[in-house]
Design a protein. Structure first.
Length: 347
């Protein structure tokens, strides 16, 4: 979905439901240096609201953030919330790049849920199809034009020049998965309202899922069952998490319903993946971020459940920075996966 190419300076912009975040990198080598980063909290109603006054508040917040982070370029690569994106992996005939583009366009209407005329289509060649030697597999994604146009209006009103849009989950995979990983890797990002799952093989996302539940649901249930306000519930949830021994398991009981929904989806994703790529396609590692990396015992719980090692992701793993900034940056790592991945794009 690149609108311009060859742009030298740009930043990655993640408009989440709890905050807006940005990351700008500099340099030309394979590992770029951190130039700037920043975030500004957002009322969780605003980011998804269609109302004009709410959108003005988002524009205002973007302005403030650009000022705070001392951003001077107008060029932005912008994340698209995964729940607005339809992504699928399909097998198509092996053709020349030009013919392939034509063929995909021709077939697209039967592959995406929205009418082609009302959708922005994007695709990337992944490699040989695991099912048919004569075919290649491609990652196809589509976003409704309405959403893209609304976002463009908002960002242009913020004085920005959008050089590309990219689904959040693809950016996450780029930032968090080790470049040298040979086996399949899974990323789980528990956001406020949605949880993203990605399975990637050698840098190519093969499966993405967006589940409409996240930290907010856990906090709300905890508030109700423990009969406390949301702020206290938030503190309890992120203090005790899935530890059954704390508070007589009351926090565990409050969050486990949401966790079970996620576990079911992870299970389905693994099954789907194995069905397509075979038993040898065993997930090597699960990388967690967002609320998943600060919810006590979540990585352990997932590792035990699936018998796959789980670790907390480092959003800055592909970014160079001075050693004395290590603590500051790692403390916010769980919030910056999307923005860092967008900034790491090669335009
Ligand atoms: N260190 C922490 N302590 C307490 N709560 C946290 C912490 N980190 C994240 N959270 C909570 O976890 C949730 C996920 O945070 P994240 O920054 O990923 O949300 P988001 O990107 O704004 O949400 P979404 O992707 O759904 O739009 C939020 O509800 C946030 O309040
Ligand atoms: Mg997010």
């Amino acid at each position: 979905m690149s609108i311009l190419s060859g742009v030298s300076e740009f930043f990655g912009l993640d408009i989440g439901t709890t905050a807006i975040r940005l990351v700008q990198l500099k340099g030309n080598g394979p590992v770029k240096h951190l130039a700037k980063y920043g975030y500004i909290p957002l009322d969780s109603r605003l980011a998804m609201s269609d109302s004009k006054p709410d959108q003005l508040k988002v524009i205002q917040a973007v302005h403030e953030l650009l000022g705070q982070a001392r951003i001077t370029t107008k060029n932005a690569v912008v994340g698209i919330p995964s729940q607005r994106v339809f992504t699928t992996v399909v097998d198509v005939d092996r053709l020349s790049p030009k013919e392939l583009a034509k063929s995909i366009k021709y077939q697209a209407d039967s592959l995406i849920p929205t009418p082609l005329a009302q959708s922005k289509l994007d695709w990337a060649l992944l490699g040989d199809s695991p099912k048919d030697k004569a075919k290649v597999e491609i990652l196809l994604s589509s976003v409704p034009n309405d959403f893209i146009e609304q976002r463009l209006d908002l960002l242009e009103a913020s004085g920005l020049n959008v050089i590309a849009f990219e689904p959040d989950n693809l950016a996450l995979a780029r930032a968090l998965i080790p470049a040298g990983a040979t086996g399949p890797q899974m990323v789980i990002d528990i956001g406020n309202k949605t949880t993203d799952i990605v399975i990637s093989v050698q840098g190519g996302p093969r499966l993405t899922r967006s589940i409409p539940t996240g930290a907010e649901a856990m906090v709300r249930t905890a508030a109700q069952t423990l009969n406390i306000d949301d702020k206290q519930a938030q503190q309890f949830v992120f203090k005790f998490g899935l530890n059954k021994d704390k508070l007589e398991g009351q926090v565990y009981n409050a969050v486990i319903g949401t966790i079970d929904i996620l576990v079911t989806e992870i299970e389905k994703s693994i099954k789907f993946f194995v069905t397509r790529y075979g038993e040898s396609a065993k997930i090597e590692r699960i990388i967690v971020t967002g609320a998943a990396s600060v919810l006590p015992e979540f990585p352990l719980f997932i590792a035990n459940k699936f018998g796959i090692s789980a670790e907390i992701g480092n959003s800055w793993r592909n970014v160079a920075f001075p050693a004395d900034r290590q603590n500051e940056l790692l403390a916010v790592s769980n919030h910056f996966g999307v923005a860092a991945g967008l900034a790491e794009r090669i335009e």
